[in-house]
Design a protein around this ligand. Structure first.
Ligand SMILES: Nc1ncnc2c1ncn2[C@@H]1O[C@H](COP(=O)(O)OP(=O)(O)O)[C@@H](O)[C@H]1O
Ligand SMILES: Cc1ncc(COP(=O)(O)O)c(N)n1
Length: 268
């Protein structure tokens, strides 16, 4: 079985972060491991508190995994602080995993800063050059490039700029577009479009975490990048189609829809 690692924050409500990543890994038949960077007190309505894990403890978690287990692919999510970013980058440069998917998480859907505003530059300088693929949503791509982005053409231009910062490939996600939820990737040679019609639902908590974890699983399973992304797009689309309401706010996506269908288990 392939072994994949998420380096991310914990979401107590289970819709995003580490919890979404581990559910996605299980649904893809890969063995999931986690390095927790921060603990959030969070639900479907918002983020209420964050406690960052110390850089020393993050380094220890990474050492424990990499000195013992061969990791097939890594995904990076919420990284919170400058020192968190620095220690992760240092350890990944040391251990050199084959695939690194960077989801540059900045602000939660509920509007809370999950990345300290002063850490944006560190994320750009330290993590982008390590990325097999980086998966910004539109607001994140705007922060990284310093440009307004609202059209497919502007998404392509942003992808070129972010690629020039050192990522091997860039996937600009269109979840925040006005109409279709189409994503665009650029690998330095060509653009690829991953078309998606917008699903009318409020339950999109953790969509970005899920998409990047699905790409990570597919890369671990030796899919070429474009195939890893297009399969992940199919997975997130199905997961959003079968998303459901828990609590009073933005609900989670459904990770196990196909598995439950095959097993004849009645799903929500
Ligand atoms: N309402 C929706 N209908 C269909 N696909 C969506 C919807 N919202 C997001 N997506 C897709 O989910 C994935 C995550 O995108 P996005 O929501 O932009 O990321 P983030 O969670 O980082 O903000 C992308 O593939 C995007 O196109
Ligand atoms: C710990 C953690 N990591 C990532 C997200 C982003 O997810 P979303 O954009 O759906 O709020 C989150 N809310 N919490």
């Amino acid at each position: 079985m392939k072994k994949v690692l998420t380096i991310a924050g914990s979401d107590s409500s289970g819709g995003a972060g580490i919890q979404a990543d581990l559910k996605t890994f299980s649904a893809h038949g890969v063995f999931g491991m986690s390095v927790i960077t921060a603990v959030t007190a969070q639900n479907t309505q918002g983020v209420f508190a964050v406690q960052d894990i110390t850089p020393e403890m993050i380094a220890s978690q990474l050492d424990a995994i990499f000195t013992d287990i061969e990791v097939d692919a890594v995904k990076i999510g919420m990284v919170s602080q400058i020192d968190t970013i620095k220690v992760i980058a240092e350890k990944l440069r040391q251990y050199k995993p084959k695939h690194i998917v960077v989801d540059p998480v900045m602000v939660s859907k509920s509007g809370y800063d999950l990345l300290s505003p002063d850490a944006k530059e560190a994320l750009i300088q330290e993590l982008i050059p390590l990325a097999t693929v980086i998966t910004p949503n539109l607001p994140e791509a705007e922060v990284i490039t310093g440009r307004n982005i609202s059209t497919l053409k502007e998404m392509e231009e942003a992808a070129i700029l972010i690629h020039s910062l050192g990522a091997k490939a860039v996937l600009v996600k269109g979840g925040h577009l006005e109409d279709d939820a189409t994503d665009v990737s650029y690998d330095g040679y060509e653009f690829t479009y991953y078309k998606g019609t917008r699903i009318a639902t409020n339950n999109t908590h953790g969509t970005g975490c899920t998409l990047s974890s699905s790409i990570t699983s597919n890369l671990a399973n030796e899919c070429p990048l474009n195939e890893a992304i297009s399969k992940a797009k199919e997975y997130i689309t199905l997961a959003i189609q079968h998303s459901f309401s828990i609590g009073k706010g933005v609900g989670p996506v459904h990770h196990f829809y196909s598995m439950y269908q095959k097993a004849g288990i009645q799903h929500v």
